[in-house]
Each structure stands twice: as structure tokens, then as C-alpha cells.
Design a protein around this ligand. Structure first.
Ligand SMILES: [Zn+2]
Length: 114
């Protein structure tokens, strides 16, 4: 189980995670995730994670994910622009732009007729 992967859902042993509240003097009322088995078998290294640290991890992970998404969107946008430009060039060469030209001149005529 990766302990740095944000909010944990399961311990490496397969057991679910329970949230407890710390009663120690160093961390009073601080909430933590703990494997149920780990609580009984303290000698074994079962999952333990402070809730606040897990939430911070999660936020950081989402932040990284978001900037990755933003990059992907930017990539898509530029490739889409390229595709559109290529299509426009293709259509310009094959004479399809005549249609657009006709519409444009009609618009010109309409705006002048007053
Ligand atoms: Zn465990």
C-alpha cells in the first residue's frame, strides 16, 4: 500500500481503514487513519496516516492532476486548431471557399441596401 497516495482506502493486509482520534499529549484530538488489525497487532507495520496529512496529499495530487489536464487540453486545442487550419487550406484550394465568399458578398449587399 502506497502511504503517500492521498487518502488511504485499504491497508496492505487487505483490511479496511478506520478513522480514530488521537488521545496522546503530542497530538490531542488529531484524527488518523488506522488499519483495524494494526491496532491490535502493534508490532506489525500496518497502515497509519494522519488525516490532515492525507488530505494535504490528496489536494496536492489533485493539483498535479489538474495541471496535467490543463496541459492536455492545451495540446488538444492546438492540434484542433491545426486540423481546422489544414481543412481551411484544403477547402480554399479546392474552391469550396466560394460558398463562404458568396455569403460574405450577400451580407455586404444587405448592409448597403438602405
Ligand atoms: Zn493492516
Amino acid at each position: 500500500m502506497n502511504n503517500n497516495g492521498g487518502i488511504p482506502s485499504r491497508c496492505w493486509c487487505g483490511k479496511g481503514i478506520v478513522t480514530y482520534v488521537s488521545k496522546t499529549e503530542e497530538n490531542p484530538y488529531r484524527r488518523f487513519f488506522r488499519c483495524e488489525i494494526g491496532l491490535k497487532r502493534k508490532k506489525e507495520q500496518h497502515l497509519f496516516k494522519w488525516v490532515d496529512e492525507a488530505v494535504l496529499d490528496e489536494i496536492q495530487r489533485m493539483d498535479e492532476q489538474q495541471s496535467r489536464f490543463a496541459e492536455e487540453i492545451e495540446d488538444m486545442r492546438s492540434s484542433l486548431k491545426q486540423i481546422v487550419e489544414e481543412e481551411v487550406i484544403k477547402h480554399t484550394n479546392s474552391g469550396h471557399v466560394g460558398c463562404v465568399g458568396t455569403i460574405l458578398s450577400l451580407l455586404c449587399l444587405c448592409s448597403k441596401s438602405d
